[in-house]
Design a protein around this ligand. Sequence first.
Ligand code: WQD
Length: 338
Amino acid sequence: MRQLLLVTGGAGYIGSHTCVELHRNDYDLVVIDNFSNSKPAVLERIGRITGRHPTWYEADLRDRAALDRIFSQYRFAGVLHCAGVKSIAEAERDPLKYYQNNFEASMCLIEAMAHHNVRRLVFSSSATVYGESARAPYREEAPLAPNTVYGRSKMMVEEVLHDLVHADPSWQIAILRYFNPVGAHPSGLLGEDPNGIPNNLMPYICQVAIGKLNELAIFGHDYPTPDGTGVRDYLHTVDLAQGHVRALQHLFSNPGLATFNLGTGRGYSVLEVVRAFESASGCKIPYRFAPRRPGDIANYFADVTRAAEVLGWRAQRGLAEMCADSWRWQSLNPDGYR
Ligand code: WQD
């Protein structure tokens, strides 16, 4: 008998790639998504890639009655909680939206899990919870000091999860701190489909390449980095998705709570990403230097030792592949899933 898992946000950028890798590992899936930043078409594409279609429900996690119905209907072996909102800038303008969608929704989900005796959870957190508390490479032990509303909305959930395990050690919880997920499924069927003008570097570059945007503004070129532009730990979304599978499998034999950085452990500057993208796509990316973006940090990359040692997981895909797959997705789907 295949085990059944619940994936929240399963139609989203990370959730959809995670569904594909879970199918490949022979799990059956139920997806809950409110489609606030995703489309039901994504689930059909997951089916085209894997030959299996997740069962899905359009529901908001704060709808307790809907959650209760879903948990009553199935016996889940675990939950992967990928649902959330993730724009740093929007969170500063509308903090309540972030505390409601990231914190309150997580509380509703955890309550439903406790009520229905499902105590295995993989939680999508973010490397942004470290803020500038330490220096790169960031280890999981680094203090948490997020400098944004978004980061605090993730940290608050992490804190609750720690308290939960403290009170009841039968919980099995993995907190995954993502660095900078980029890339797309190599089939060209799944990728990132941001609403409006992208905030993040890779989708922005893709839209310049396809001619939707004129040029890239590089935020800051006077950082204490080798070429003066910001350095980040970009990782391929398929590697990230496989990290979720490994984390879940780890939980089956390891009660308690464990936190893992998921990144490659290596940083690339904005200019290095631009050059790698130009080589992968054959497109020229016009850019200009602009002032630093408020809140940005010079150097942000992971120490990935723990994920390697404990989960046996390491990112396999390099920057060239991330760029090639992002470009394939963008060029085959110029209007995303629309
Ligand atoms: C990367 C680099 C920018 C856009 C954010 C969140 C993080 C995670 C991923 C979810 C920086 C530069 C960017 C542009 C640029 N999200 N840049 N021009 O800020 O590292 O991380 O997204 O959990 O939590 O903080 O990612 O892609 O926005 O920026 O020069 O138009 O590219 O300054 O150096 P960031 P990013």
